[in-house]
Design a protein around this ligand. Structure first.
Ligand SMILES: [Mn+2]
Length: 424
């Protein structure tokens, strides 16, 4: 299904008076509002192809009705999101879960929804049917060079797929590591991983980036070969200018100061992109901003400050993507909520009084610094984000409109109830 512009216009029409009242109130409190709205309009967050079906846990998966069965239907789903929020204009494919059969047809389908292809993601954490070697004991780190070569070849294939789709980045996330002390020689595992990544890096087109993602534990529980930002940065530095660290919010030990990590990676020109999600304990894959919205704001505060310090384009300078897939909510509503939370945190970071904050920092005014940050965080900027969407032809309230239109029932009528989307 496709949401028609007329349906969005009609929805907005009936909510316009209330919106205007809220917007005019907040507009009177913010200077430079037009520039902020323009930045929000430009800011796009890529949707991963694996988040469109209901996710699972290791204990079970409860698929919902009307899930997308094909890549075409996944693109249709992202098209629905983008029609409503005008901020989800890109899709990130996971290979081999979502290999396009006919690239040109898939590209023109995506562009009919206003979508482009974001980073492509390789998968060497599962064995695929017909695969010669198993990844049970790792992939790029493996003690057997033949296994490493198989994983290298897969990544090169993924780059080729991405080139034909118009992607500009490869994201490498490895499950490699060990679950028991003594299982691995750490140094050798790291060196093998580095050499494998160097082989893949040679196949990167000159206008591409390689994102090296880290994760502190899971599925391995004793060690992960790229466990934290230090190890990822070490690899990215050794690989070269096109390699960057990718920060996934769920891939840290509890209470890690992610905003500080982001700030230093940006300073080193080594922050490549983001995977947004939220968590209480570990890689919980919850909706962005659902658990710790203040942390999300603090991260954006460092992002805006750090990108401005380097004169970067907020929208294009880094890769922005959601990486979440939970098992309770309708995945499309969950994604709408995530995008909204990200846009809100970004908007709040944009209204921070930077000059005053610098002054407070330089005079050790601890109280003042906290007041300045919380003044921005506690501003209700929902009407500002809604105004940015309205100007682009999106819905004033994507979540409410999705539910009011009963989009999921319509998708279920079209697709049936017994489909399980490929993914986590
Ligand atoms: Mn991730």
């Amino acid at each position: 299904m496709k949401i028609q512009q007329e349906q969005i216009r009609a929805y907005n029409e009936s909510h316009l008076v209330t919106h205007k009242r809220k917007f005019d109130f907040i507009a009177s409190e913010i200077s430079d509002l037009e520039a902020i709205i323009q930045k929000l309009q430009a800011f796009q967050i890529a949707i991963p192809s694996w988040a469109l079906g209901t996710g699972g846990t290791r204990f079970g998966r409860f698929s919902g009705p009307g899930e997308p069965a094909t890549l075409e239907q996944k693109i249709e789903d992202v098209g629905l999101l983008h029609a409503l929020n005008k901020s989800s204009g890109a899709i990130s494919l996971h290979i081999p879960w979502d290999i396009p059969k006919d690239t040109e047809t898939i590209k023109s389908l995506a562009s009919s929804y206003g979508l482009v292809f974001d980073a492509v993601n390789s998968n060497t954490f599962q064995d695929q049917e017909g695969q010669t070697h198993s990844y049970k004991y790792g992939s790029l780190q493996h003690v057997n060079p033949a296994v490493r070569q198989q994983a290298i070849n897969h990544n090169i294939d993924v780059i080729k797929q991405g080139v034909s789709l118009g992607s500009k980045a490869l994201t490498v996330w490895l499950a490699d590591g060990s679950s028991f002390p003594g299982q691995l020689n750490f140094r050798e595992a790291f060196q093998n991983t580095l050499q494998s990544l160097q082989e893949i890096y040679k196949h990167l087109p000159t206008d591409w980036k390689m994102f090296v993602e880290y994760k502190c534990f899971e599925p391995n529980f004793y060690s992960t070969t790229i466990a934290d930002w230090g190890q990822s940065l070490l690899l990215a530095n050794k690989l070269g200018d096109q390699a960057y660290t990718l920060v996934d919010l769920g891939h840290h030990l509890p209470n890690a100061n992610i905003e500080q990590i982001v700030s230093l990676l940006l300073m080193e020109k080594k922050l490549g992109g983001f995977h947004f999600n939220d968590s209480k304990y570990a890689d919980d894959d919850l909706t962005a901003g659902s658990m710790k919205p203040y942390q999300l704001f603090l991260i954006f505060n460092e992002l805006v400050e750090g990108m401005d310090a380097r004169g970067m384009d907020h929208a294009k300078g880094l890769g922005w993507m959601i990486d979440a897939s939970h098992n309770l909510k309708d995945p499309l509503v969950d994604l709408l909520q995530s995008v909204e939370a990200i846009q809100l945190a970004y908007a709040q970071a944009l209204v921070v009084d930077r000059q005053a904050l610098r002054k407070a920092q330089n005079s050790n005014d601890v109280v003042g610094a906290q007041e300045i940050l919380q003044e921005a965080f506690r501003k209700d900027l929902r009407a500002v984000v809604a105004e940015a969407r309205l100007r682009d032809g999106g819905s004033l309230n994507p979540v409410a409109q999705f539910r009011e239109m009963d989009v999921r029932s319509k998708l279920t009528l079209e697709r049936g109830t017994n489909i399980k989307a490929t993914g986590l």
